[in-house]
Design a binder for this molecule. Structure first.
Ligand code: G4P
Length: 526
């Protein structure tokens, strides 16, 4: 098979949702339909159960499982489908944002009772930044939810995307009878059904008299009226608008009951994008280019503290990746060879001989990789669009055992390379500041420093509400600002200066008073 055919075959996407909307259930059902697993319950969720007494201990337990579920690959209807898992917990949102840089489209799950929730909005903002195509699955129709029209209005209002239903529900909750496919003119009948994958289907047009027999005259009439309204209000579905990320097709179903999932998967296979071009600091890279390139979007530490090696997840962007060949690590300006790269077919780790654009390769790493690193066949380019976001919580790291200073340094360095948190250094006294988006990471770091590196630490909260990277064309002005602000300036791992502000107001004031300085909320700026 040539590279064009390999690319045409591949679909790489993520399922995203606010926790509890049904992401894990839907993932599992897709694998079930794809034949990748045989029974429901085979995929262990990597989500953090609310019932856990201690969240971070639960994370430790889940960490082992989540390598297996990080990427789930299966074949379906001649396609090779890669689902990239994303953590649902909001304290790990940055992990999810980074994973979204490695996909070509997403399926967004929304709970029909709760509608659009906080995490839904934030995740969609990230998708909007890159115009990632989105399919929406409205889940839990077996529960009494909001009216479908209200849900669609809410999606459009809160997610800044046009919505287009492709199926339409007949009632909800205990009266839920099924969905009508607006394009296939088919009725899918709902049954509570947690194990079987088949659904009863009837081909029937809306004006056919037997619709009344199938649904009962009242529901048939309501369906006719509602579909007429839908066709009047919403534009016809356009694949092009979907691929540009402007229009989201919407499906209704109940993942736990295997309902609506097959239609979703079949439509996904028809319309979702193949591996797409990717931006770099110098040019756009096309997947069809013969030379290999790819970037690391996730690093996973080994659970066993005696083995320090880690797994780097690399998304192939162009050409083909071959086992045992030397590739150029652009940041380190070094050539590396990987003798046992692996793929994630059927949630199993397998040695990978050759990979193609859209594939994710697992690479054993002994400390060469940071998130965002690029591998090429020699060309000097860096994939862009994998920024660090300005952290929201800052604490100073205090070493509790002076004899273990080296271990602490190494541990913090490696954990922050993994993207668990961001490390900043205050010039004064070389003090270490850790910045995160959630409180949970501090517990995780403290626990892992002790268990994996034998170093003890404690945290001192800092009065910092926001940090932003600062740049200026006027080097003298920047140096003066850095000098004047003293211990409100820290340096990130690449020695870029960062302004630690006590409040948003402080940033506004400093912006006004220093027009030559630019303040950035992500680490990626031109
Ligand atoms: P998440 O990954 O998005 O966090 O959600 P997950 O799939 O774990 O689903 C959250 C809860 O919603 C689970 O119940 C799951 O069984 C339930 N659920 C998923 N799809 C449907 C559906 O179509 N209808 C209904 N009624 N419920 C659904 P749980 O009680 O939290 O967990 P469990 O004990 O059932 O595993």
């Amino acid at each position: 098979m040539n590279i064009h055919q390999e690319i045409k075959k591949r679909r790489t996407f993520a399922i995203i949702s606010h926790p509890d909307a049904g992401k894990t259930t839907l993932t599992e059902k897709l694998l079930l339909f794809g034949g990748a697993i045989q029974t429901a319950g085979a995929v262990k969720s990597n989500k953090i159960k609310k019932t856990a007494t201690s969240d971070f201990m639960e994370i430790e337990k889940q960490r082992g499982i989540s390598v297996a579920t990080s990427v789930m690959t299966f074949e379906y209807r001649d396609l090779l489908i890669n689902i990239l898992d994303t953590p649902g917990h909001k304290d790990f949102a940055e992990d999810t944002y980074r994973t979204l840089t490695a996909v070509d489209s997403v399926i967004l799950v929304v709970d029909c009772v709760k509608g659009v929730e906080e995490q839904t909005e934030r995740l969609m903002e990230v998708c909007r930044m890159r115009n990632t195509p989105v399919i929406i699955f409205i889940n839990k129709l077996d529960r009494e939810g909001q009216s479908p029209f209200d849900l669609l209005d809410e999606l459009e209002a809160k997610l800044s995307i046009r919505a287009r239903p492709l199926t339409w529900p007949i009632n909800m909750g205990s009266n839920f009878k099924g969905v009508y496919s607006l394009y296939e003119q088919k009725l899918y009948f709902f049954k509570i059904n947690k194990t079987k994958v088949e659904t009863d289907v009837a081909e029937v047009s809306l004006d056919a008299p037997n619709l009344d027999t199938l649904l009962g005259p009242r529901d048939a009439e309501t369906l006719r009226e509602e579909v007429e309204l839908v066709e009047g209000v919403y534009d016809a579905f356009s694949e092009e608008a979907y691929q540009k990320g402007e229009l989201a097709p919407v499906f209704f179903g109940s993942a736990i009951n295997n309902f609506g999932v097959k239609e979703l998967l079949d439509t996904f296979c028809q319309i979702s994008p193949t591996p797409q071009p990717r931006p770099t600091d110098v040019r756009q890279v096309l997947p069809t280019e013969p030379k290999f390139s790819g970037f690391v979007f996730k690093i996973h530490a080994n659970l066993d503290p005696r083995h320090r090696d880690r797994i780097a997840f690399l998304r192939i962007c162009s050409g083909s990746f071959e086992r045992g060949k030397f590739y150029h690590h652009v940041r380190l300006n070094k050539d590396l060879r990987f003798s046992s790269p692996f793929s994630f077919m059927a949630a199993d780790k397998r040695i990978l001989e050759e990979g193609f654009p859209g594939d994710v390769v697992g690479l054993y790493d002994t400390g060469h990789f940071k998130i965002g690193d690029t591998l090429t066949e020699g060309e000097d380019l860096q994939f862009s669009g994998i920024p660090s976001f300005s952290p929201e919580i800052f604490k100073e790291l205090i070493n509790l055992d002076p004899m273990k200073a080296k271990q602490l340094d190494k541990g913090v360095q490696q954990l922050t390379d993994e993207g668990v948190a961001q490390l900043f250094t205050l010039e004064l006294g070389n003090r270490k500041i850790v910045g995160t988006v959630g409180e949970l990471q501090f517990d995780v770091i403290q626990y892992r420093l002790e268990n994996e590196y034998g170093a003890k630490c404690r945290w001192v909260p800092m009065n910092v509400a926001r940090a932003c990277w600062i740049t200026s064309d006027n080097k003298a002005k920047l140096a003066e600002f850095v000098r004047l602000k003293g211990n409100q300036i820290a340096f990130d791992k690449d020695m870029n200066p960062v302004f630690l502000a006590e409040s948003e107001w402080m940033i506004r004031m400093n912006r006004e008073n220093n027009p030559d300085i630019q303040f950035h909320f992500t680490s990626e700026f031109k």
